[in-house]
Design a protein around this ligand. Sequence first.
Ligand SMILES: O=C(O)CCC(=O)C(=O)O
Ligand SMILES: [Fe+2]
Length: 359
Amino acid sequence: MSHLTSHHTLPPFPEGEKTAPLVSVSFAKLEAGERSASAAFFKACKELGFFYLDFLGSKLGETIVSEAEKLNKIQKEFFALPNEVKDVYGRPHLHPFYAYRYTETEGKDENGASLRNANYNLRKDDILGQCERLACHPMILDNQALFEDYVRHCRAAVNILLEHLNTHLELPAGTLANLHRINERSGDHVRFTQNQPHAFDEERARRAEHTDFGSLTVLFNWLGGLQIRTPDTNEWVYVRPIPGSCIVNLGDAMVKFTAGILRSNIHRVVPAPSTQAHLTRNSLVFFTRPEDAVILKRLQGGIIDAQPQSSEPEAEMTSHDWIMKRGTGQLPGIFTSKGFEERVYDAPSHIAPSRSIPA
Ligand SMILES: O=C(O)CCC(=O)C(=O)O
Ligand SMILES: [Fe+2]
């Protein structure tokens, strides 16, 4: 039997582990405009802000899945490079956000070099040649066509999701699409991530809690470790990876645009559960953000107009400023539909912001 993904090469996610109640939405059905799939999608965006997007049976979807597999191989090669090679592409000298970032762990590799938890953010506008390109490792340039295809395909899928949201929100046609035009500058990016295995540590888990800043996130992971806090019980539960599906979650921008109709749920990455806990964990993320110049505030029209008005004036910030401030620890806390929730460890004396790798 041929496999579209590499999940079968890894120990399975353990049976009996409590998992998050994500619904699965068929992308092929959304592409076909099927009403019941569209309704289930909108419900998931309002109630949990997280769902599986089942790509099987869709040409575009299966293409994205196979590209994600190729990029996962590339990210493993990238993270296996000597630390000093990766550091050339690191923050802060390259860029405060679109760069390689890491935290050191106590582990060492066979050459005695420190093992790291790391991520590498690669801008959509660099990949599509829409700005002066930041320096990146030759491995990225050698795979330029793959990166470009991946960005275009993820964006095509995201556009379909935005179109369905636009309809359910009863916004004038094209409202959300016009805030996310692919050829305009935005904070969209591909992220490689790698985490070393470690024992569960409550403080570290708390430090990892976050919401995503942007609009929609397309996430592939191969091992457990992602957890969401369920809105009804406030319990942290694992999200089981499903071969052929990505995990989609909504970010802060969608909460702001819809005055809280849509949900950006808090989540975090902790060690993979029992059967997988000894493995180095990678995930591949595509973040969609509104265009840089878009002001993040409630949109006018449709069912958003019926949402209560906030009594406090909204601080108006462009998408670009929001992402840079959130991404570099200048706007700490967890953003919810009620505004910011301060986190215990955001207190300045506790842990330096650079110790957590923000979304
Ligand atoms: O690695 C994962 O599964 C999730 C990563 C994540 O939440 C993020 O990078 O914002
Ligand atoms: Fe995230």
